[in-house]
Write a protein that binds this ligand. Structure first.
Ligand code: A3P
Length: 290
């Protein structure tokens, strides 16, 4: 077994980012009904949508100067937005923040604190087609020293297909979240949908979370979140990992690595696990994976 990962409830996590203590502390975290939550399997575009959500909250707060100042102070502290990252004490620090908290996670719904569902916190669920996720994850795993690396794409592909990657199986992830798809506090969106019409996607997100922004404010959020803009700014937002994180930002890059055999294996797995599910239909597999 790799030294830089540990297993929690049967799923692998990187030791530098996560710890069993933080997972335990998370269990008693009290979600609020005004929380802004983002859920997505790794490499689905979480950092992109996280910036958008943060910008929407900031713009929405313009009416409330004090809260806005508090939020700027909080952002400077750089507390991790991801539930599963950082030290266990962070939940206590974010408990009483006087503004809508933007929180993200790659965890399965069953690993979230029960208060998320009990207290009706709203969740934006972000998905991406499995082929592009796999290719993005392969490059990311090899670029990030904190994660297990893979000698070849073939080796990574096998690990991805059987869920032996950090945060576990893409397919289990989709199957588990699909069980919540009719929950009115959950909105599903896809990487591809946002890529093709970001302003429309951001408007839907704004309505779902009930933010009130002017057209100009919305447009400014969208402009700031283009791949180019985020990549250029990435040394400030993500330090040395910026270049690894903002890699290509495109649909269909899977074609650069998938062999025909791997393609068929993915087709079979998708048919078997997801084709009939609502979430499976939502990701328009046939359109983006042909
Ligand atoms: P690629 O590796 O295919 O380029 P996550 O943030 O969940 O780790 O996802 C990372 C993926 O989202 C990367 O995909 C990255 O390039 C892409 N991404 C990041 N910012 C983006 C943006 N503003 N527009 C489009 N894609 C973006």
């Amino acid at each position: 077994p790799e030294e830089n990962v540990f297993s929690y409830n049967g799923v692998l996590y990187p030791v530098v980012l996560c710890s069993p203590e933080t997972f335990e502390a998370l269990e008693s975290f009290e979600a609020r009904s005004d929380d802004v939550l983002l859920a997505g399997y790794p490499k689905s575009g979480s950092n992109w949508i996280l910036q958008i959500l943060n910008d929407l909250v900031t713009a929405d707060l313009k009416k409330n100067k004090e809260a806005l100042e508090e939020r700027v102070k909080y952002e400077e502290k750089g507390d991790y937005a991801f539930f599963e990252f950082g030290d266990p004490g962070k939940f206590e620090r974010i408990k009483k923040l006087p503004f809508r908290r933007v929180l993200a996670t790659h965890l399965l719904p069953g690993c979230l604190p029960t208060s998320v569902f009990k207290n009706n916190a709203k969740i934006l669920m972000l998905t991406r087609n499995p082929k592009d996720v796999a290719v993005s994850y392969f490059h990311f795993s090899n670029g990030m020293p904190l994660l297990p690396s893979f000698k070849t794409w073939d080796e990574f592909f096998s690990a991805f297909m059987c869920g032996e990657v950090v945060w576990g199986s893409y397919f289990d992830y989709m199957i588990e979240w699909n069980k919540h798809i009719n929950n009115k506090n959950i909105m599903c969106t896809t990487y591809e949908e946002l890529k093709e019409n970001l302003i429309l996607g951001v408007k839907k997100i704004t309505e779902f979370f009930e933010f009130s922004l002017t057209e100009e404010e919305l447009q400014a959020v969208v402009d700031r979140s283009s791949f180019q803009a985020m990549k250029e700014n990435s040394h400030r937002t993500h330090g040395t990992f910026g270049n690894i994180l903002f890699r290509k930002g495109a649909i269909g890059d899977w074609k650069t690595l998938f062999t025909e055999t791997q393609n068929q294996e993915m087709e079979r797995k998708f048919e078997e696990c997801l084709a009939e599910t609502k979430l499976g239909v939502k990701i328009k597999y046939k359109e983006y994976c042909k």
